[in-house]
Design a protein around this ligand. Structure first.
Ligand SMILES: [Zn+2]
Length: 215
């Protein structure tokens, strides 16, 4: 996850904006990899496994590195992606759509994987965003302990803040491993959440978005 350009200043602004809207994760302190390492050791002990067994003794450090740098890097706004813009000099006024943005997240109730896809459309104003940056924003908010509904709102409002427009449609389709591998054990269920803003609330725009996505 470290091989992309970051913008901590923009990250702080997005954090404040989401906090004002009351939709950020309840983040209280920076991640503490020492504490995470210790907790994984405790978890292993709690499971009754000998923590200094050859095969498992490096696991706490390995898992802590994975959690802090990869699985949950989106808890740290210093990792917020740098966003590049181009001036919309050609006056493009129709929706720009990114389909099938795949992501992996983690359910905060069971700490198991959520895997899904995001579909984003927006209508540019003065600036056009570098398209891969939409993937980066989706992935930043996915890489946290999450619930799908809150992630949907965070991604929508972060994009609205960055793009300076509410003319955004976002749909998220996801499979939760807490449903597929525990509890009801349903393999096929997909959970869909969406938010339409601005012009995407107009009936014809909604229909166009849905038909372009084939839903
Ligand atoms: Zn869950």
């Amino acid at each position: 996850m470290n091989n992309y350009d970051k913008d901590p200043v923009l990250g702080q602004k997005v954090a404040q904006y989401l906090a004002r809207l009351g939709i950020d994760n309840p983040i209280k302190a920076p991640m503490d990899s020492g504490l995470v390492t210790q907790s994984i050791t405790d978890l292993i002990k709690g499971l009754g496994i000998i923590p200094d067994d050859d095969s498992i003794q490096k696991t706490p450090e390995r898992v802590a590195r994975f959690f802090v740098n990869e699985l949950f890097y989106g808890l740290d706004y210093n990792n917020f992606p740098k966003i590049t813009f181009n001036h919309n000099q050609y006056g493009y006024q129709d929706p720009v759509i990114s389909k099938n943005i795949s992501f992996k997240s983690t359910c905060e109730h069971h700490l198991v994987t959520i895997s899904g896809e995001a579909f984003v459309a927006y209508i540019p104003k003065d600036n056009v965003i570098g398209l891969s940056k939409i993937n980066r924003v989706v992935n930043f908010f996915a890489r946290r302990p999450q619930v799908q509904e809150r992630a949907t709102l965070q991604i929508f409002h972060a994009l609205a803040y960055i793009l300076q427009t509410e003319d955004i449609a976002l749909l998220i389709k996801a499979s939760h491993h807490c449903i597929t591998m525990r509890g009801v054990n349903d393999q096929n269920v997909e959970n869909i959440t969406y938010k339409f803003g601005g012009r995407f609330n107009e009936t014809d725009m909604k229909q166009e978005f849905r038909s372009l996505l084939g839903i």
